[in-house]
Design a protein around this ligand. Sequence first.
Ligand SMILES: *Cc1c(COP(=O)(O)O)cnc(C)c1O
Length: 405
Amino acid sequence: MNRITSAVHSLAQTRGSFYLYDERSIFRHIDLLKETFPQARFLYSIKCNSNPHILQSVFSLGLGADAASLGEVLAAGKAGLSPDQIYYSAPGKTSEDIRRSMSEATLIADSTGELLRIQAAAEEAGKVVHAGVRINPDFSFGGGTGTSSKFGIDESQVYEFLAENPLKNVVIDGIHVHLKSQELRFDVLSEYYRNVFRLAEAFEAAAGCQLRFLNLGSGIGIPYSPTDRPLDFEALKNTAAELFDSFRASHPDTVIFIETGRFAVGKSGYYVTRVLDRKISRGKTFLILENTLNGFLRPVLARLICRYSPDLSPEGCEPLFTCRDECEILTFREEPPTERVTLAGNLCTAADVIAEDIFLPHLEPGDIIALTNAGSYAAALTPFQFSSQEPPAEFFLTAGGEILS
Ligand SMILES: *Cc1c(COP(=O)(O)O)cnc(C)c1O
C-alpha cells in the first residue's frame, strides 16, 4: 500500500467524507516550476486552496502570495509572509480594502478609478506607496488581438491616464498580466511570455520608469482528463530560457513573478467519500455517496455542463469547469470492474450525480471512493451549506508521513 492509500484507509475508519492533501506532491510540482524557470520567483494563488497547512507548506518553499481579497492578504501575513511578499490583485477593491491592505501587501490596481482611490488613501495616511497595475494588453493569450475584459486597465488607456494623472502618493513600478489558466501547450505559454516581456519594455519606455516587478500571471495547467497530455516542461524550459535570460540581463533589478495555484497543489488533493447505500431502479444500479455536490462540486458541475452542451468537449470555464472526466475515480479494489453504476449523492436533488453508467468493481455500503485532482478549486469552490450536512474534513499528509487535521 502506498502512503496515500494507507492514509486514506486509516482516516476512513472514522470519517465519512474528507479531503486529503499530499505535501510530497506539492514539493514535486513546485520543484519542477523552479527548475523550469530559474530566473523567476513564484506567487501562490491562495484562492485555489487556502488550507493553513497548504499555505505553510507552499510558503516554506519560498513562494510569495497572490492574494485575491483582503482576507487572503491577511491570511498570507498570518502565515508569516512580509508585505513585500504579498501581491493583492483583484477587481472591485473597496476603499476599506485599500486602506487596510496598504501596509500589509503590494497593491495591484485593477482600474483607473482604483488608482485614484489608492492615491486618496495613501495621501490620507500621509504615505507614499509602491503599487502595480494590472494591464489588459493589446494581445490575447493565444497571440491574437486583445479583447474587452473586466480585469485590469486596457493597454491603450494606461499610458495616457498615467501621463494626465500624476499620482503624488503612488509610485507605479510593477505590472501584472493574467489572461488564462490551464494551458498545456508549451509553445503557447512561451509566446505569451514573449508578448508580456515586450509589453513590459513598452511600459517602461512610456512611463519612464524601471519596473520593480513584472508579474506574468498564471497559465500553467495540469492534466485532468486521461486524454490530456501533460505540459512538456523540458520544451517549455528550452523555449522560455532565452526570453527570460534576455529580460533578466537587461533588467537585473526587476523581479519576474509567475503565479501558480492549481499547478502547485491541484494534484496533491484527493476527495474521499463513502458509499452510504446501493439500490437498483428499473435495472439501473445507483450508489449513494456522502457529500458529493456539497463535498466536491467540480465533477458534478462538469457532468451537468457536458449534459447540457451541444459539444462533445465543451470549452473550459475556469476555475469552475475544465473538461469532461475531470477526475479519476479510485475504489482501492484489486478486482476488475464488474458492474455498471451511477454515483449519486445524498442531497435531495436529482442533479447531485458525479458519474453516470461507469464501470466499477462491486461496492457495498461502507466502501470508500476517492476522486483525484481535488487539491485546487475543490473544497474552496464547494457549497458546503446546502442541505445542512456535515462538511467534509480536511487533512494534510506531511512529507514526513504525519497526518495533520
Ligand atoms: C485564479 C488566478 C490565478 C491562479 O490560476 P491557476 O490556474 O490556479 O494557476 C493566478 N492569477 C490570477 C490573477 C488569478 O485570478
